[in-house]
Design a protein around this ligand. Sequence first.
Ligand SMILES: *[C@@H]1O[C@H](CO)[C@@H](O)[C@H](O)[C@H]1NC(C)=O
Ligand SMILES: *[C@@H]1O[C@H](CO)[C@@H](O)[C@H](O)[C@H]1NC(C)=O
Length: 374
Amino acid sequence: MPSLTTFLELAALAAVAVAIPTDNSTILGSRTETAKRATCTVNSVASAANLSACTAVIITAFTVPAGNTITIAAASGATVTMTGDITFAKTTSAGPLLTFNTPNILFNGGDHKINGNGQLYWDGQGTNGGVAKPHPFVKFKGFGTFEDVTVLNSPAQAISVGTTGGAAIIQGITVDNSAGDAGALGHNTDGFDISASSVTVSKCTVKNQDDCVAINSGSTIVIEDSTCSGGHGISIGSIATGKTVSGVTIARNTVIGGASGLYGLRIKVDADATDASVSNVKYEANTISGITEYGVLITQSYPDNDGTPGTGAPISAVSFTGGTTNVAVGSSAHTLVVDCGACSGTWDFSGLHATGGVGHIIASNKAVISGGTY
Ligand SMILES: *[C@@H]1O[C@H](CO)[C@@H](O)[C@H](O)[C@H]1NC(C)=O
Ligand SMILES: *[C@@H]1O[C@H](CO)[C@@H](O)[C@H](O)[C@H]1NC(C)=O
């Protein structure tokens, strides 16, 4: 999508040009003392309270005490740069603990960490019970570019993407909840939960125990060149009543299974969903390995994997093209399961090459699947 890329590059350049003046005079001019400051430093909860006049924000290392949350709401087009880690003490505050809500942001984490100290909460129950866990840990609102940060040890779901007003590009971000593998204590540690349109996730890394990416609603979404390990792979859904997902490309990603590696690629629609749909999903040249239950699962019977599908949320136009998607599953896993109550169209699966396990189960309703090996 060259036009989107060009737009994003121009937007990013514009953000840099506005936010990094050569001297204060170009920003301050002859304005009064209430005029915009060029640069604001965030080194505490209090210092983040009102960033509305800041066109550049520098976040230095600091700890957020219990009972507090942070929102970075800077001026439109602001650059936000980390020069140290943000660490969250164990808290009873509800999530999100850290929200970015700046239009046309250029956020660069400088490869520093946003540390949720999830190990202080993890009890194997995630958000289903046990210790209350703030979730999501981090929220992206506004729009723009979010890059080069490690989100470490989220109590439960790591990053929620709810951007609006423009395109979001999310690149070079690592979600590392690998410490939650020990004793199977980390649970519901989704990497990216997306309910937004015009979102690109590129060159990201997720190590966790649940969905690497879950797309719950939105259109024009690209997940590319990213690596997922330990979790439940790349998902569309679960799709609930009233939710629509259309125009998704999942390309050149690597999914590595493992202890929690039940799934590689999934489309999961709630069995009871109505007024909802999934359409135009393309899988291109992904590499999936070490999956213990379902290499590829397309189901309308969620939360069952392969049960009695609903009919109120149709799925159409799913394809595996544009380069081979290789799927290797464990000895007791299925390569491909399609469990449709309302699916339609001709699905070109010629790019799917799935091997191992106990084979496939196809109940594709009106959808006609062509090509591929599974
Ligand atoms: C620019 O303004 C900031 C904040 O008022 C101040 O700390 C800094 O010294 C100023 N820089 C110059 C070059 O005047
Ligand atoms: C935030 O700061 C701006 C100017 O820097 C001011 O106009 C505005 O009233 C402040 N908002 C709050 C809620 O204090």
